[in-house]
Design a protein around this ligand. Structure first.
Ligand SMILES: C[S@@+](CC[C@H](N)C(=O)[O-])C[C@H]1O[C@@H](n2cnc3c(N)ncnc32)[C@H](O)[C@@H]1O
Ligand SMILES: O=C(O)C(=O)C[C@]1(C(=O)O)C=C[C@@H](O)C=C1
Length: 243
């Protein structure tokens, strides 16, 4: 259902195509993301802890780009008010299909809806918690501002946005250092140099990382009043923004 070992880039490819969240990736996604993103498990676990604190009665919790539902399941474990609804959105049919099975296996009194939709057009309203865990990075940069503005407009006062991203550094030495440390992390998790190189080129024009400063400035422009980096490991970071 999503428990295979990631071998998507293990063999030499004659041509490396742009990364796609297709069936092959969905099948091994938990293994892929855990071995690729330093701190992933901590970010998912703390997403639940933060949701518990910020979820408001009769409101919606959104997990935008939910993949197999790791963040929404973490939040569902921490929220026990049945007046709250959790909504997961992803535009990959392979992900939503598997996520539907996984969510069904985990009983909960919290109403959970999964949508096979684009997060840029899905209906958003009455939100006390919005999660963008490693998904804004796949939206074209010029479209990120309008999406964050739309999320802000759909949020209740006192609500929280959790934004986790691969980040870029302005300082070229730090950019080089953190890229190398990230690759070292992947090597330590069993990825070969070939896998690292092929995946890197498949993400080249798709995952567009920005600096923490750019993210913070976009969130401030949208109107968020309190913004903070609560987690960072090498070139991955997570930011909270409170309305
Ligand atoms: C790295 S994964 C997210 C991981 C997930 N949030 C987690 O923490 O386990 C990125 C997800 O975003 C989805 N995605 C990318 N662009 C999207 C869009 N425009 N609308 C909805 N989902 C999108 C992909 O299909 C993919 O499942
Ligand atoms: O930068 C990389 O090497 C990654 O693998 C990162 C990343 C991500 O941040 O979403 C990219 C695609 C996969 O979804 C898993 C991890």
């Amino acid at each position: 259902m999503g428990n295979r070992k990631d071998s998507v880039y293990a063999n030499p490819l004659t041509e490396v195509h742009q990364f796609k969240f297709d069936d092959r990736v969905a099948q091994c996604f938990p293994d892929m993301i855990t071995r690729s993103v330093p701190g992933y498990e901590t970010i998912i676990a703390m997403t639940g802890v933060m949701a518990q604190r910020f979820a408001q009665a009769d409101s919606h919790i959104y997990d935008l780009g939910c993949s197999l539902g790791a963040s929404l399941l973490s939040m569902r474990q921490h929220v026990d008010d049945a007046s709250i609804q959790i909504i997961g959105v992803d535009n990959s049919a392979a992900m939503i299909e598997r996520c539907t099975h996984i969510v069904a296996l985990n009983n909960s009194p919290i109403h959970t809806e999964l949508r096979l939709e684009d997060m840029q057009t899905t209906e958003l309203c009455n939100a006390s918690v919005v999660v963008l865990n490693f998904t804004l990075q796949f939206i074209p940069i010029e479209e990120r501002g309008p999406l964050i503005d739309r999320i802000y407009a759909a949020m209740k006062p006192g609500g929280i946005l959790i934004l986790s991203e691969k980040i870029r550094f302005e300082d070229e030495h730090l950019q080089q250092l953190n890229t190398e440390l990230h690759h070292e992390f992947k090597r330590g998790n069993g990825y070969s140099d070939l896998e690292i190189a092929q995946k890197r080129s498949s993400l080249e024009n798709y995952l567009r990382a920005e600096t923490i400063k750019s993210h913070e400035s976009r969130l401030a422009t949208a109107g968020f009043s309190s913004i903070d980096v609560w987690f960072q490991c090498f070139n991955f970071a997570s930011v909270v923004a409170i309305k």
